[in-house]
Design a protein around this ligand. Structure first.
Ligand SMILES: [Zn+2]
Length: 173
């Protein structure tokens, strides 16, 4: 039986499964550590994988790649009208086995998501207390479904994208 983070809505379990499967196939330490699964209002599930670049600013987050993939598969350019729910999952290898959790969008992604889909739902991770400071242990590539099902403490919390940047003005294009 699959394990899901507390707070994840049952109807979004497929997004978690999709992102975790994608991470299991593509994870590489310091390169591809986050996968995003996005449900469109038409019911499609579209994905994106984080690409870390050697020049830090060249890195691209999974959420932005996912938004582009939604648009690439759409019949029109109304991205905001198409994105319903965004869920990004982070995998981190620890000495005692890897851990998975929902990861909230970074500041750059908050800006991008706000511009294109302020009414979408997105998940953030709420720690039960102070975030733990656990040392990371580098590992090599793994494949298939070898990802451990250990979840990081805390809760997945769905919020409206617009609430992530309450003072930001809607973009006029
Ligand atoms: Zn980001």
């Amino acid at each position: 039986m699959n394990v899901y983070p507390m707070g994840l809505r049952p109807e979004d379990e497929d997004l978690w499964d999709t992102a975790v499967e994608l991470l299991a196939r593509t994870y590489r330490t310091d390169r591809h550590e986050v996968a995003a699964a996005i449900r469109t209002r038409g019911g499609r599930v579209v994905t994106g994988v984080h690409l870390a670049g050697s020049a830090g600013r060249s890195s691209i987050c999974a959420e932005g790649i996912g938004l582009g993939a939604v648009l690439a598969g759409a019949s029109d350019a109304d991205l905001g009208g198409q994105v319903e729910t965004v869920l990004a999952v982070l995998y981190r290898p620890f000495a005692d086995g890897g851990a998975l959790r929902v990861i909230a969008p970074c500041g750059v992604c908050r800006e991008l998501l706000f511009d294109y889909c302020p009414n979408a739902r997105i998940y953030v991770h709420r720690w039960p207390g102070e975030p733990p400071n656990t040392p990371l242990v580098a590992t090599g590539r793994f494949s298939g479904f070898d990802l451990p099902a250990r979840l990081v403490d805390g809760q997945a919390v769905p919020v409206r994208v617009a609430k992530l940047l309450p003072e930001k003005n809607l973009r006029s294009w």
